[in-house]
Design a protein around this ligand. Sequence first.
Ligand code: UDP
Length: 397
Amino acid sequence: MRVLLSGGAGFIGSHLCDLLLKKGFEVVACDNFITGKPSNISHIRNNPSFKFVEQDISNPFNVDGDLDYVMNFASPASPIDYLKIPMETLRVGSFGTYNMLEIAKQKKAVFLMASTSEVYGDPLLHPQNEEYWGNVNTIGPRAVYDEAKRFSEALTMSYHREYGLDTKIVRIFNTYGTRMRLNDGRVVPNFVYQALNNIPLTIYGDGKQTRSFCYVDDLIEGIFKLLTSDINTPVNIGNPHEMTILEFAEIIRKMTGSKSEIVFEGLPQDDPKKRQPDIAKAKQYLNWEPKIKIEDGLARTIAWFQFNQVPEGQELTEKGIMQALKEVEDPEIGLSIVDMELIKNIEIIKHEKGALVKVKMTLTTPNCPMMGYIVKSVKDKIETIGGVTSADVEIVF
Ligand code: UDP
């Protein structure tokens, strides 16, 4: 079985790559690293059943060979991200979905669309079942994501009806776990990062809004069951265990033993007040329900964040940055970019909220096939250093 997976270097996409490889699939993953990370797939890069293509799916592209499945997981998914890059979010949720559907049609492959609980907007029905049409502000800031996903669902169902394509739609509710980006702005990385560093936990609004958090391993099992099922209508996959954001903050504080206080900040526009999946359909037709308790999932997530973040408070120096970059390798040559003397110039510009790091990197040819991968790896590495808010990487030939 051979599968094309877009968003393969993302949080959920990379976990799906692992699961599909484990199940014996051949995986062709693509990503443009706009929010995905090379480090999420570095452990499988040399697996002979795994192939990676750097590709923005919003532009048309081809894939060699047969495909049995096409899975569309490419999109910014954190509210902070899609507000920062609204055009890219709209493009991937429209042109991107169209391009992936065209490939599925051409290859006669089963198509699976990663949709979202955001299609329900700020729901008036609770919990949300798949029959509910939602309550979305079509012109609000979140609409770039919500409406793009709703359009993707409409397009997917049209390919099913018009061309008889075997399509699936999964509506993914809040998911957490290893490989979430430390700075993606979502509540799980924010609270865990803040708690581990004993800085105030930022609750938006009064904290009475609710969410239901599903551990990523449970989620991808559900997605796999849907992929191999005969269900063509949307299915909610998520954990129905609902809690307020305030309760969630308390759990994180307790589990990390943190001394962080709680501070209240403004609520983002159109932030849904309640969210809980009705998973009766997944239970009945896929025989799926989540198994991992929030304490167990969070224990794994917190351990991962502890290991993957550089603690705050260390003096930020050129030498420290060089040291961190030693771990970044050219994937083709297998040598550290520092040992290959590609890093030429590091500038640290300190601001009140954290430093901007500018790096000049030499590459011998503008056609270096892994250029995007290497640049993104450098940027990611620098941005996990405590005290850094962002990194600029300039290529010099
Ligand atoms: N939130 C918060 N503090 C943060 C980040 C998020 O209180 O530092 C709230 C946010 O306003 C929302 C909930 O936590 O009500 C979940 O936010 P997230 O961005 O994780 O995803 P959403 O479910 O809104 O897509």
